[in-house]
Design a protein. Structure first.
Lengths: 121, 849
């Protein structure tokens, strides 16, 4: 499922309509758990599925919404909000999760490289 | 202090004031030095005599001020059903009716008052009653069963209460009052006339300026009243309620000084003519005057506790202001209601059509409020009464204080800090503010708990609420009741707008009433509201992204991202075959197994992708969702009941099963738990539940508003001795009323407290149906019951709902590598995994099962 195009490797993970609007799915990309979200305005975001606050791989199961203008997901465990664009935790400045390149090609969601080094490896 | 140095305090009388005295003694530490023995003549502990009339609706237990039957403090001994025969100030001894002699260091008389029965011929015939104790009311109820007419002698506050009770018992009821108007002590002629129209509108017959000369006798029983210069009033049953007299006989026999008009004469410390004997409440006469209200009695109780602790407290008179709801009519009287002050002026607003009469008495120069009378609408009482006490200057146009809102009225006045807000418990505005500012209270309910303001008659609750809100506003901390940043509405308001507009999706709701795209607060709330109104499966496309993860996967998320599974076991009853299936499922999927507090079984450690296979097995065996994951009904716990138990009087298991099946799946503001006990031993701990049912020999008692957890609360009696259909009807109404009006994550106990009027309000809506909502609430519940379907069975039958139950959308068979287990006490439990895990050949991932 991985193809090399342009800037790097893209993994096609699922059709776009497998992701509910304002919902999320977890995907396995290069061995890492990635949470993919689709927001109401049609954007698609990918961040690490691992919630460092509770040390469980659950973020794809959070509720998607907004805080002010920021698109966020709230961790299903203890409700910390994460900025879908940057991975920054809005409730704890010291916490940030990895974000991934993501795009939609022919109605298929493709996840690319992590935008920062994967934490903890 | 060593035991032999401890002193003994004997309290004679366990009425409201005696009880308050003991409470104050415990709270203020008097029991550190004193053992307290309370001797009560009635067979039960103190009860709320102010609300005596509600006995017929709610039973004795709901009125009790000490439902546990004993004080928490072991140094207080309560002896009930025991009278005091006399006491001897010389030897400091008390003689009890059972022959025992108690010595005392100090003696507190709280013997209360007795009804005054005019000594007319025939006053003691069978069929004549008084209206003072629960036993009196039981006798009246028994007599009313064979009667068709009743008459009450006395048109005062208590007389009208008694008349209401007789009318409610189905008797054609007359009131005979000697004075020219009803409630002559509290209201003036015009107020009395307004009240009379209300009372007559309820079908009662009123005779004023009517003096009773004799009780008519027929066949050795009372058959009516003879009135001076009028026709006889025929009645099968006569209740005398013509005032009260202090019970000062013990003090008289002991040689203590009495007041000229009765009552034990006491000084401003409430000390009698013997330095070791004190008197409080209706039996006492500070400065020669007796007070027939509970608030002055409470104040006297506090003064005596203070005196025994060496404090400076004094009783120097009391505010005799009164506000009550009589037969559904507000009546209030405060300050100088009869304009007896020199030069006092009266301002009157009257609306005979609406049955409203309001009068203000103001000083000659029009600057100060002296008193007033309110009939039909006493909403201004909470503001007006403290204005009298504090002497605050009147506004330029004082008539606004009594004009209806919208006709120039509704004026708002800031109270001074020393204004007494709660007259029952003597709480000032300053104390309310202190509770918020320094005491950490963040709500009127908390202030009530901390200061007692509003906890007795409740009339000051709106003012307490306003003071709390004003304080927060003054701090720039608006009491923001918005659900979250996306909706400037409370949950109740949101519930109403969704119902009114018929919204069916979050998009519609947020477009019409909100901003942004929602969050983890408003989305589950709206999902719950939609579920209550539409009975739609929670995982339908329109609502599934609104659900919290527990509802989204129909299971309870645990610390490592796995879920727990709880099949419904209604009433805790399960067959051996059922147990075996649960055991086999747990074994085959390696699930940690534990019995819950709700009499069912919780299976832990299920990976999300395993949930459908687990539930397929359970559903095939006849189990259904237990909704352990939802803000919804959890369980209805039961004891084994009359089927097996030698004490049981009703089949509690059957009722628990019926109730659990009736309310299963009901989405609510918070989780809901129920319990049913088959007898008064209460083995199901039903009073620790949101709704608890306890069997009686005549039916069921229904309790509401209990919970365990961090702030345990005992449920309180809503209605007693119900047959099963009535019980279910009341429960339908109660639960739907809660679902519609509670705040998000507000359990039933704080919800009940948050309503103006508290439990009485709930009873008015649920039992008396004052809002006329009963039918609608029952219909809503009927729709829920009709529309119920097992969420797990429906999910298993729908591929679109099932497709979400995968570990990875692109690798559905690969288990999440972050989840690993270790063994503890022969079962698997979560193992800590540090940091993100990347799948690779060197990392153990646990084979898919």
């Amino acid at each position: 499922m991985s193809t090399t195009t342009g800037s790097g490797v893209w993994t096609t993970v699922c059709p776009l309509d497998a992701v509910d609007v304002e919902g999320g799915v977890a995907a396995l990309v290069e061995g890492a758990a990635v949470a993919i979200f689709r927001t109401h305005d049609g954007n698609v975001y990918a961040i690490s599925n691992y919630d460092p606050c509770c040390r469980a791989s659950v973020l794809a199961r959070g509720i998607v919404g907004t805080r002010g203008e920021i698109p966020v997901v709230a961790s299903p465990m203890h409700k910390q909000a994460f900025d879908l664009r940057t991975g920054q935790c809005l409730d704890d400045a010291a916490v940030r999760v990895t974000t991934y390149d993501v795009r939609v090609v022919d109605q298929q969601v493709q996840v690319g490289r992590p935008r920062e080094p994967v934490e903890g490896t | 202090m060593s035991p032999h140095l401890r002193k003994r305090l004997v309290v004679v009388g366990h009425g409201m004031v005696g009880h308050r005295f003991v409470q104050a003694a415990v709270e203020r530490g008097l029991t550190e030095t004193h053992d307290v023995v309370v001797v009560g003549e009635e067979p039960r502990p103190a009860y709320d005599r102010v609300a005596l009339t509600s006995f017929f609706e709610v039973g004795a237990e709901a009125l009790s001020l000490l439902p546990e039957g004993a004080y928490d403090d072991p140094r207080v001994e309560l002896r009930l059903g025991t009278a005091v025969e006399g006491f001897d100030p010389e030897t400091r001894t008390v003689l009890l009716s059972d022959g025992e002699v108690l010595t005392y260091d100090d003696l507190v008389l709280a013997t209360g008052a007795a009804p005054f029965v005019p000594p007319v011929p025939g006053h003691d015939l069978p069929g004549c009653f008084v209206y003072r104790t629960i036993e009196d009311l039981e006798a009246i109820r028994a007599a009313a069963a064979g009667a068709s007419t009743g008459v009450v002698v006395g048109g005062g506050l208590l007389g009208l209460e008694a008349a209401k009770a007789l009318a409610d018992l189905g008797l054609e009821t007359s009131v005979v009052e000697m004075a020219p108007r009803l409630m002559a002590v509290q209201v003036d002629d015009a107020g009395g006339a307004t009240l009379r129209r209300h009372v007559e509108g309820l079908g009662l017959i009123v005779h004023t300026e009517a003096r009773t000369t004799a009780v008519v006798e027929r066949d050795g029983r009372a058959a009516g009243l003879s009135l001076d210069g009028r026709d006889d009033v025929a009645a099968d049953l006569i209740v005398f309620s013509a005032g009260i007299r202090p019970r000062d006989g013990l003090a008289r026999a002991a040689g203590l000084d009495l007041a000229e008009r009765g009552g034990v004469l006491v000084d401003e410390r409430c000390r009698t003519s013997d330095p070791h004997v004190w008197a409080v409440g209706e039996c006492a006469a500070p400065a020669g005057r007796m007070y027939g209200l509970v608030a002055p009695g409470y104040a006297m109780a506090e003064v005596v506790v203070d005196a025994l602790l060496g404090g400076p407290g004094e009783f120097t008179g009391a505010d005799l202001s009164t506000k009550l709801k009589l037969m559904g009519v507000d009546v209030a009287s405060f300050g100088d209601a009869f304009a007896t002050t020199q030069g006092a002026l009266e301002l009157v607003y009257a609306d005979a059509v609406a049955g409203v009469y309001k009068k203000l008495v103001v000083s000659a120069d029009g600057t100060r409020l002296l008193g007033g009378v309110l009939v039909g609408d006493a909403s201004a009482y909470g503001v007006l009464r403290p204005m009298v006490a504090s002497g605050i200057a009147l506004p330029d146009n004082p008539e606004e204080l009594i004009l209806p809102v919208g006709r120039g009225g509704g004026a708002d006045l800031a109270l001074p800090d020393d204004a007494q807000v709660c007259s029952c418990n003597d709480v000032t505005k300053q104390q309310v503010t202190d509770a918020v500012a320094g005491g950490g209270c963040d709500s009127p309910a908390c202030v009530q708990a901390c200061t007692r303001a509003g906890s007795t008659c409740g009339s000051c609750k709106p003012v307490v609420k306003r003071i709390v809100e004003e304080w927060f506003e003054a701090q720039g901390r608006v009491v923001d009741r918005s659900l979250c940043e996306h909706f400037p509405l409370t949950r109740q308001e949101l519930f109403d707008v969704v119902a009114v507009h018929g919204h069916t999706t979050f998009d519609q709701v947020v477009a019409a009433h909100g901003t942004g795209r929602g969050c983890d607060v408003c989305k589950p709330t709206i999902a719950s509201i939609l579920a209550s109104q539409l009975d739609r499966h929670v995982l339908e496309p329109a609502t599934r992204t609104l659900q919290d993860t527990n509802d989204a996967y129909l299971a309870n998320i645990q610390r490592n991202g796995t879920y727990s599974v709880v099949p419904r076991i209604p009433g805790g009853e399960v067959t051996p075959e059922g147990l075996i299936v649960i055991g086999e499922v747990a074994r085959d999927f390696g699930l940690y197994t534990k019995i819950t507090g709700g009499q069912r079984i919780d299976l832990f450690g299920a990976r999300m992708e395993e949930l459908p296979a687990i539930w397929r097995r359970l559903v095939d065996a006849g189990f259904e969702s237990g909704h352990a994951y939802g803000k919804s009904l959890r369980t209805v716990k039961s004891c084994v009941g009359s089927t097996w138990c030698r004490y049981g009087v009703q089949d509690s298991v059957q009722l628990a099963i019926d109730l659990e099946l009736r309310y299963r799946g009901l989405r609510s503001p918070h989780k809901l738990k129920g319990g049913v006990s088959g007898c008064a031993r209460e083995c199901a701990e039903a009073r620790g539940k949101d709704f608890g049912v306890i069997a009686t020999e005549r039916g069921w008692n229904l309790y509401v508003g209990g919970n365990g957890g961090a702030t345990p609360v005992h449920a309180r009696l809503l209605a007693g001795d119900l047959d099963t259909p009535t019980l279910v009807r009341y429960l339908d109404r109660f639960l739907m009323y809660y679902v519609r009006t509670a705040d998000r994550l507000q359990r039933t106990a704080p919800w009940v407290d948050s309503l103006d009027g508290g439990l009485d309000r709930v009873r008015a809506v649920v039992v008396d149906d004052v809002l006329g909502l009963g039918g609608e609430l029952e219909a809503a519940m009927a729709r829920h019951v009709e529309g119920y379907a097992d969420e797990w069975r429906a999910t298993l039958d729908d591929p679109d709902k099932l497709r979400r139950f995968v570990s990875f959308v692109n690798a559905p068979d690969v288990p999440d590598p972050h989840i690993s287990f270790r063994e503890e006490r022969d079962q698997q439990v979560p193992a800590e995994v540090a940091g993100p895990v990347v799948l690779g050949t060197t990392i153990p991932v646990g084979a898919p099962r």
